[in-house]
Design a protein around this ligand. Structure first.
Ligand SMILES: [Zn+2]
Length: 66
């Protein structure tokens, strides 16, 4: 059974370095989306991968990275 769960995670903004909290959707295996930093308002690219038990790992990078 797939667990459909929204989880909260903390990531470091690649621009200003502040820790911000984001919501991750554990029901999708792999996804990439943009969330604006809550501190500097610049767009952070979030790459989220969910494991089979619904846990999420998240990587962040700035929008200008290739
Ligand atoms: Zn920031």
């Amino acid at each position: 059974m797939i667990i459909h769960s929204i989880q909260e995670a903390s990531v470091n903004c690649p621009y200003c370095g502040e820790v911000i909290s984001v919501l991750l959707d554990g029901s999708v295996e792999e996804q990439e989306y943009i969330e604006d930093c809550q501190v500097c308002c610049r767009p952070i690219v979030l790459h989220v991968q969910a494991t089979i038990d619904g846990a999420c790992t998240v990587e962040v990078r700035d929008e200008n990275e290739a």
